[in-house]
Design a protein around this ligand. Structure first.
Ligand SMILES: NC(=O)c1ccc[n+]([C@@H]2O[C@H](COP(=O)([O-])OP(=O)(O)OC[C@H]3O[C@@H](n4cnc5c(N)ncnc54)[C@H](O)[C@@H]3O)[C@@H](O)[C@H]2O)c1
Length: 271
């Protein structure tokens, strides 16, 4: 169901790779709610992904940008304002990649140039995006910036590897930049801490299948899907959440506040 919550709002959506991507679902939902946007992804993802189909479906333009490159980001921000016809009301950062995870390096055996690259892509890029928006005064008053994160920032999930550290940094950047964006520009900045979700990035984590089933059994409401995450993001882009800022918002069916569920107790109980 659509509520026209984003009618007249303009923005940028990072990270739609294929139809499983959280950013893909978000783009579809933002479009349904009346928002207009530019889609962006790393130049390499343009070749691999199906982003053109999404652009056609949502009447959007695509501007390739490597989120680690300030120059790419500056061009993306200025061109987006030109294309959309004004300042931006919303930005979604939906980007993550660990080279250590990809190359199968254990957390206790990191290769530090892999670590640095993964941190740049997954965490520092959020600061770079916001710095570009801030310096170009690209956000409209009461605009909203959202990045996606995972609970491994607070608690240990062994196979999440160095992404746990990247997410902790990302969440901290949301708070720190959120202060300045709030004070100077009346713009809010939040992170959504999402349930495990079957996407390209999610399935790259070792043991993902077992883990997503465990999370499903632990969460009183069950895991949150990519589409449900898109809905939540729409609410944060809308005018209904104007004073929510500098928060890490758990969107996980209650997983983060559950010590143990009856299903998990039953699984480990002798009959
Ligand atoms: N899938 C999960 O279980 C889960 C859970 C919590 C949070 N998240 C987070 O959600 C976000 C989106 O991931 P997803 O699960 O939709 O997977 P995804 O693989 O569909 O999206 C990740 C995106 O990051 C992009 N990217 C990688 N390097 C880039 C670069 N240098 N510049 C620009 N873009 C780049 C990829 O092209 C891809 O589109 C990530 O931040 C991820 O950590 C995912």
């Amino acid at each position: 169901m659509a509520y026209n919550l984003l009618k007249g709002k303009r923005g940028i959506i990072f990270g739609a790779l294929d139809e499983n991507s959280i950013a893909w679902k978000t783009a579809e939902r933002v479009h349904e709610e009346g928002g207009t946007f530019v889609l962006t992804n790393a130049p390499i993802a343009m070749r691999m992904g199906q982003i053109k189909q999404l652009a056609e479906k949502t009447g959007s333009e695509i501007i390739p940008a490597d989120a680690t490159l300030e120059e790419d980001l500056n061009t993306l921000v200025s061109k987006s304002m030109e294309i959309l016809g004004g300042k931006l009301d919303f930005v979604l950062h939906s980007i993550g990649m660990s080279v250590n995870v990809r190359k199968g390096r254990h957390y206790t055996d990191e290769k530090y140039d892999f670590t640095a690259k993964g941190w740049d892509i997954s965490a520092l890029s959020f600061h770079k995006v916001m710095q570009s928006l801030y310096k170009q005064d690209a956000m409209a008053e009461w605009g909203s910036i959202v990045a996606l994160t995972y609970m491994a920032a607070q608690r240990v999930f062994p196979d999440y590897n160095d992404m746990a550290d990247n997410k902790a940094y990302l969440e901290s950047v949301a708070r720190s930049f959120g202060y300045f964006f709030g004070k100077e520009k009346k713009v809010r900045v939040n992170t959504i801490s999402q349930s495990p979700t079957p996407t390209t990035a999610g399935q790259g984590v070792k043991g993902f299948d077992g883990f997503i089933s465990y999370a499903e059994k632990m969460s009183p409401l069950g895991n949150a899907s990519a589409l449900e995450c898109a809905d939540y993001t729409v609410s944060l882009f809308s005018d209904l959440t104007k004073k929510v800022t500098m928060q890490n918002l758990f969107h996980d069916g209650g997983f983060s506040n559950t010590g143990v569920s009856q299903e998990v107790i039953d699984y480990f109980s002798e009959s």
